[in-house]
Write a protein that binds this ligand. Structure first.
Ligand SMILES: [Mg+2]
Length: 279
C-alpha cells in the first residue's frame, strides 16, 4: 500500500465530493478492483457525495446502472454521470433539437429518446433537417451512417461528439477504436471539420459534474486511471486529480506526461483511510 503524504490527507479531508472513473479505476472488465467496495462505502459514510463518470457512450445509463448494481457498488441514478448527460445538457442549453442525427448504437439512442430527442434515420434526414449531428460511440456503425453524417457535417449543421477517447479498453487487455478515431475519419473526409467535444476532459464535463455535485470544482476530486482524460480534466479545470495505477497508466507513462495528477496511488484502496468524516 502507498503511503499518502500529509498534505494530501489535509486536502482530501476538505473535499465534499469524489467522482470516480469506472473501468481501470473501480473495476477491470467484470472484476472489481480489490478494496473498491470499502472505498466507495467509506466515501458515503464519511458524509461525502459519490459520483461515477464514464465517457463510454456505447452503453446506456441503464446498462451502467445495472452493472454498478451487479458489482455490489453503491448506486442511484443521481450518482451516474455519463458523456451522454453532458451532451444532453449542451443540446438543451443551445436549443439544438428535438430532431438530431445521432451516430450511435441502439443503447445510446435510447438515452436520447428518453430525454425527448427525435433521432432521425438517414432517410428521414432527406425530409427533415436535423438541428445537430451527434457523434457517439457507435458499435453498430455502418457505411450509410458514415455517408449521412459526412453529408450533414459538410452542410455545417452543428456537430457535437460525446467524447474524444481514441481507444476503449475491453476484456483481456485489448482495445477497440472509440469516438476519437471516428472524429479523425470525418475530419479527413470533410477537409478538417471538428466537433464540439463533450465528455472528459472538456469544460462541458466539469460543468455537468459541478452542477450535479452542487459544489465548485475545487471541492471535488476526480479519481481515474487515464492521463489524457481523467487527469487532464482535473488539472486544467481545478478539480483535485488523483491517478490510480490500477488501470492503463504506469509510472513510465506518468513520468513523460504533460498531464500531472495532484496525487498518485496504487489503487483506490489506498485512499480509504484518508476519508475521515467530513466536518
Ligand atoms: Mg478508465
Amino acid at each position: 500500500m502507498c503511503s499518502i503524504p500529509v498534505s494530501a490527507h489535509t486536502t482530501i479531508a476538505r473535499l465534499e465530493a469524489l467522482v470516480c472513473d469506472l473501468d481501470g479505476t473501480l473495476y477491470l472488465g467484470e472484476t472489481p478492483v480489490p478494496g473498491a467496495h470499502e472505498f466507495l462505502e467509506r466515501i458515503l459514510a464519511s458524509g461525502r457525495k459519490l459520483f461515477y463518470f464514464t465517457n463510454n457512450t456505447s452503453r446506456s445509463r441503464d446498462t451502467y446502472f445495472k452493472k454498478l448494481a451487479g458489482l455490489g457498488f453503491p448506486h442511484s441514478p443521481e450518482m451516474l454521470i455519463t458523456a451522454t448527460d453532458c451532451t444532453l445538457h449542451y443540446l438543451q442549453q443551445h436549443r439544438l433539437g428535438p430532431e438530431i442525427y445521432l451516430i450511435g448504437n441502439r443503447d445510446l439512442q435510447a438515452d436520447f429518446t428518453a430525454a425527448g430527442f427525435r433521432c432521425l434515420s438517414p432517410q428521414q434526414c432527406r425530409k427533415v433537417r436535423p438541428k445537430a449531428v451527434v457523434l457517439g460511440f457507435d458499435t453498430e456503425l455502418d457505411y450509410e451512417k458514415i455517408r449521412n453524417g459526412y453529408a450533414l457535417i459538410q452542410e455545417d449543421i452543428p456537430y457535437i461528439a460525446t467524447h474524444a477517447d481514441i481507444l476503449c479498453p475491453v476484456a483481456g487487455g485489448q482495445f477497440i477504436p472509440d469516438v476519437g478515431s471516428f472524429i479523425a475519419l470525418f475530419a479527413r473526409a470533410t477537409g478538417g471539420k471538428e466537433p464540439v467535444i463533450m465528455g472528459k476532459p472538456t469544460p462541458h464535463a466539469v460543468a455537468a459534474i459541478s452542477a450535479r455535485a452542487g459544489v465548485p470544482p475545487r471541492q471535488i476530486a476526480f479519481v481515474g486511471d487515464r492521463l489524457y482524460t481523467d487527469i487532464r480534466m482535473a488539472a486544467q479545470h481545478g478539480l483535485y486529480g488523483i491517478l490510480v495505477l490500477s488501470g492503463e497508466t504506469n509510472r513510465a507513462m506518468l513520468a513523460v506526461s504533460p498531464d500531472q495528477p495532484r496525487l498518485v496511488v496504487s489503487s483506490v484502496a489506498d485512499l480509504t483511510n484518508a476519508l475521515i468524516p467530513l466536518q
